[in-house]
Design a protein around this ligand. Structure first.
Ligand code: NAD
Length: 466
């Protein structure tokens, strides 16, 4: 296990930036550039959110620097890779159903184009910030590299609460955001995908808008589309199924246990959480607790994910699902279960609650759910953390398959998609486990050193332009 103190890893920060203490990273005291942002949704929350979310970028940089130090990465590569390559901020109008015009703010960040075009999700959430996009873009670079995909990382977002808009408002907002970032994206430039608050319908609007501008159909501009407009079979459940494949393999290879009969608690019941629940349950695991933004539910007897998915669709919440007791988010995280899957947002397990975690395995369904300080506490306790860039990579792997199929206009069957995804995930899992054993690293450090090493090699071959 690599145990570099966060303070020592911070020594490589650029001189003009304040050196954040661990405390600041944990509670998110750092502030982003002080934007005065027009937003269609909840403008009063923005300053608070900027202050809170700035920590995601600090966490991403801290994780990178920790691994860079462990692998003795050359200082010029640390300086080069610890910041995003390009950032775009757009402020744009959209008509509400009432006829009122509202202004919205969106972002798109490209972290690295060393390995190819950039790839990363699009998030619709009231707490989206530029710093959050920077962090998520950086994590995408490492994830794509770890999976050996010919991509760098990107992320985008719009400050919006999608639940407070009608479908027609969401369509107008999406089409105008796409238009604003149109020069920044492209099948050989940057390919967005779904993330929190967006779905296959959002992707279809983006594909259509981009195609209308081009005057020709361009399905490879985006992944996570419906199959009828060039999406791939298997993308809808890919992230959840990938989490299940990786978690099952880690249980068997590292802990000598089976997924069958393991108890599981899942935070978040959106695309990632619900499909993780369903695919784990289909392989014999017992889902004993689930939560969403409205609260959590618990049942020692087990929760049927298929039934809960139907209930969720009808009621818009997991609360009140028959046969369950209500439970708070904090209680869910500290349940005595075999596997805890944080599948909601980043920064959920911190030094403030890491001591309470009783799960033997944390499978990071979300991006960045565990902070570096919490990592240290959990590693000391012997908890196995399956890092996000490995654990939830099934989504981007199948997105890559979708892009390849769109470029070739030749589509695969579901068996082929599943088989190729499992192969890529498990081959790279073996590489990570090998490095962890050889160097006595925790899985995150092992995964990061492999991912960063592949990018570093590519930078060295390409050289620094001009
Ligand atoms: P989603 O919008 O479909 O679902 C998010 C879920 O989290 C919802 O159930 C929401 O109610 C819940 N949630 C939000 N705040 C919460 C809170 N404080 N407590 C409990 N639950 C809360 O989003 P998603 O696509 O499932 O993404 C979830 C996470 O997985 C994000 O971190 C995302 O970046 C990551 N991820 C997504 C994909 C993908 O393919 N969609 C791939 C890799 C990683």
């Amino acid at each position: 296990m690599a145990k570099n103190s966060t303070n020592s890893t911070m020594k490589t920060l650029l001189p003009q930036e304040p050196t954040p203490s661990v405390e600041e990273i944990e509670i998110g005291l750092l502030t982003d550039t002080d934007h005065t942002l027009p937003s269609g949704d909840q403008p009063a929350r923005i300053i608070d959110n900027v202050a809170h979310k700035a920590s995601a970028y600090s966490v991403a940089q801290s994780q990178f620097e920790r691994a860079a130090k462990a692998m003795d990465l050359e200082p010029y590569l640390i300086e080069y890779l610890r910041v995003p390559q390009r950032e775009l901020i757009v402020h744009f109008p959209a008509h509400m159903d009432t006829g009122e015009l509202k202004m919205f703010t969106g972002f798109r960040v490209h972290h690295s184009t060393v390995k190819g075009p950039t790839k990363g999700g699009l998030r619709y959430h009231p707490d989206v910030t530029l710093d959050e996009c920077r962090a998520l873009a950086m994590w995408m670079t490492w994830k794509c590299s770890l999976m050996n995909l010919p991509y760098g990382g990107a992320k985008g977002g719009v400050i919006i609460d999608p639940r407070s808009h009608s479908q027609s408002e969401l369509e107008r907002i999406t089409r105008r955001y796409t238009t604003e970032i149109t020069g920044f994206i492209g099948p050989d430039r940057d390919i967005p995908a779904p993330d929190v608050g967006t779905n296959a319908q959002t992707m279809a609007w983006i594909m259509d808008t981009y195609s209308m501008h081009r005057g020709a159909s361009a399905p490879a501009i985006i992944t996570g589309k419906p199959v009828s407009v060039g999406g791939t079979v298997g993308r809808e459940y890919a992230t959840g199924l990938g989490i299940t494949y990786v978690t099952r393999a880690i249980l068997e290879k590292k802990i000598g246990r089976s997924l069958e009969d393991a108890t599981v608690a899942i935070q978040g019941f959106g695309n990632v959480g619900s499909w993780t629940a369903r695919t784990m349950s289909e392989r014999g695991a017992h889902i004993v607790a689930v939560s969403d933004v409205t609260g959590g539910i618990h049942s020692e007897a087990g929760i049927d994910p298929r039934g809960l998915m139907r209930y969720m669709k009808a009621n818009g919440t997991v609360l009140g699902y028959p046969g369950t007791e209500p439970i708070s988010n904090d209680e869910l995280l500290s349940l005595d279960v075999d596997i805890l899957v944080p599948a909601a947002l980043e920064g959920q397990i911190t030094k403030h609650n890491a001591h309470e975690i009783k799960a033997h395995v944390i499978a990071e369904g979300a991006n960045g759910p565990v902070t570096p300080e919490a990592d240290n506490i959990l590693n000391d306790k012997g908890t196995t953390i399956i890092p996000d860039i490995l654990c939830n990579a099934g989504g981007v792997v199948v997105s890559y398959f979708e892009w390849v199929q769109d470029l070739q206009a030749f589509f695969w069957d579901e068996g082929q998609v599943r088989h190729q995804m499992e192969r890529l995930l498990l081959d790279n899992l073996d590489v990570v486990m090998g490095a962890a054993t050889r160097h006595k690293y925790d899985l995150r450090t092992a995964a990061y050193t492999i991912a960063i090493g592949r990018i570093a090699e590519a930078v060295k071959f390409r050289g620094i332009y001009p």
